[in-house]
Design a protein around this ligand. Structure first.
Ligand code: PLP
Length: 421
């Protein structure tokens, strides 16, 4: 309560904006994930690795737009490309000079995406990939994994969201290859697709075991089921995503977040024989619209990001820094014998007040049973404490680095964490 009182005292403008925003938005918020009690800080501006709120506090950003902010804030090359695109005119209503090049770069990095199409969000990319898989296989159902987040209407935390698409879904525990293979073999005749996050983000930054991912690839191939890797969040984990790290080629891949250089974007693609069904000159071509699919700001910003900033070396450096951060967090916790651990891969991390192995959300639930209140209080305290010391992190303690997160930013974060421990 004391920490919360201090937070309220320190953030009068954010409190007022939150109060006013209740009038037209439920809970004063247009994205459930951005809410935390008593109210979230309202961000006014951002530059490099930092964000500044309306009460004037500057934070090192560990939220980074929920992993979309790979570039950090206000990258000069992306800003210049956007300025040029704005000067040339918006909402052009035809193919522009950018999209074919952006598509070609993405296809060259994510080799499974032999052909791809753009859309407006990761959610839309997943909905389109699933609809495509259902069409090409003529089968209705989809295998997902407990805890998965593929978008607001494709959400499987502790059961299925009431808003989920009316598609027959089967689900098995994440990282349990035997259970997945069994479910696939049992339901093969009705399964259109298996969709998986190569690292479950929302469920706690839990990486997929290479053997689990390989089992999904092999079993789906055997049964003619479309294997979809949702790399909306994980494509940042190597220059060619987690599929590149693992050497696994899915039938379809979905992207979003940073590939538009910070602008609104989604992309879905895969095997040429699947995606060529969208070719408007193909017999019975599949219809795929979307007024803003090739909106010039996303195309120009994405193009600048990939050609000028997101070099393979820069991506590798960012992920190596994340690996080191995780190692050091775990070192600090182990030295004190505390039930605290960092999960994740490369530049994505989660911090859990949990001792045992974390292979999926069930492990977390099991380890936290009977300690729910304590853990919720610890997370609240941790977030408020870290924010008071200038580190912007969410209450679930799922964080990530950007290309701009510096060694000094990480040293300060680790010092604050050590103090908290
Ligand atoms: N899939 C995954 C794995 C995600 O992490 C997200 C967003 O966090 C989505 C899909 C949905 O993307 P969007 O928020 O762009 O709709």
């Amino acid at each position: 309560r004391e920490a919360e009182d201090r937070y309220i005292q320190a953030n009068p403008r954010s409190a007022a904006i939150h109060g006013a925003s209740q009038a037209a938005m439920p809970g004063g918020n247009t994205r459930t994930t951005l809410h935390y009690s008593p109210f979230p800080v309202c961000i006014r501006s951002a530059e490099g690795s930092r964000v500044t709120d309306v009460d004037g506090h500057s934070y090192v950003d560990f939220i980074n737009e929920y992993t979309a902010g790979v570039l950090g804030h206000s990258d000069p090359a992306v800003k210049a490309a956007l300025t040029q695109a704005i000067a040339d005119g918006l909402t052009l209503g035809g193919p522009s000079i950018y999209e074919h090049e952006l598509a070609a770069i993405i296809s060259s990095r994510f080799r499974s995406m032999e052909r791809l199409r753009f859309c407006n969000s990761g959610t839309e990319a997943n909905l389109l990939a699933l609809a495509t898989a259902r069409h090409v296989t003529g089968r209705p159902a989809v295998l997902v994994f407990d805890g998965a987040y593929h978008g607001s209407m494709l959400y499987f935390s502790h059961g299925a969201s009431p808003l989920n698409m009316p598609i027959p879904f089967f689900s098995t525990p994440y990282n349990d290859a035997a259970a997945a293979v069994k479910a696939i073999e049992r339901h093969a005749h009705e399964l259109a697709a298996v969709i998986v996050e190569p690292l479950q983000g929302g469920a706690g930054a839990i990486p997929g075991d290479p053997a689990f991912m390989a089992a999904l690839r092999d079993t789906t191939r055997k049964h003619g089921i479309v294997f979809i890797m949702d790399e909306v969040m994980t494509s940042r984990l190597s220059p060619s995503g987690v599929q590149g790290r693992l050497g696994i080629k899915p039938d379809m891949t979905t992207l979003g977040k940073y590939v538009g250089g910070g602008m609104t974007i989604g992309a879905f693609g895969g095997r040429a024989d699947i995606m060529e069904r969208f070719n408007p000159t193909a017999p019975n071509a599949l219809p795929h619209g979307g007024t803003f699919n090739n909106n010039v700001l996303a195309m120009a910003a994405g193009h600048a990001a990939f050609t000028k900033v997101l070099t393979p070396e820069a991506i590798d450096r960012m992920n190596a820094r994340g690996d080191e951060l995780r190692q050091r967090i775990n070192g600090l916790a182990a030295a004190r014998g505390l039930a605290v651990q960092a999960t994740g891969l490369g530049s994505i991390f989660g911090i859990h007040f949990h001792r045992g192995p974390i292979r999926n959300g069930h492990d977390l639930d099991e380890g936290e049973r009977g300690r729910e209140r304590e853990i919720s209080d610890l997370k609240t305290l941790f977030q408020l404490d870290m924010m008071a010391q200038g580190h912007y992190i969410n209450r679930r303690i799922l964080g990530n680095l950007s290309l701009q997160t510096s060694a000094a930013d990480l040293t300060a974060f680790l010092a604050a964490l050590e103090e908290f421990l």
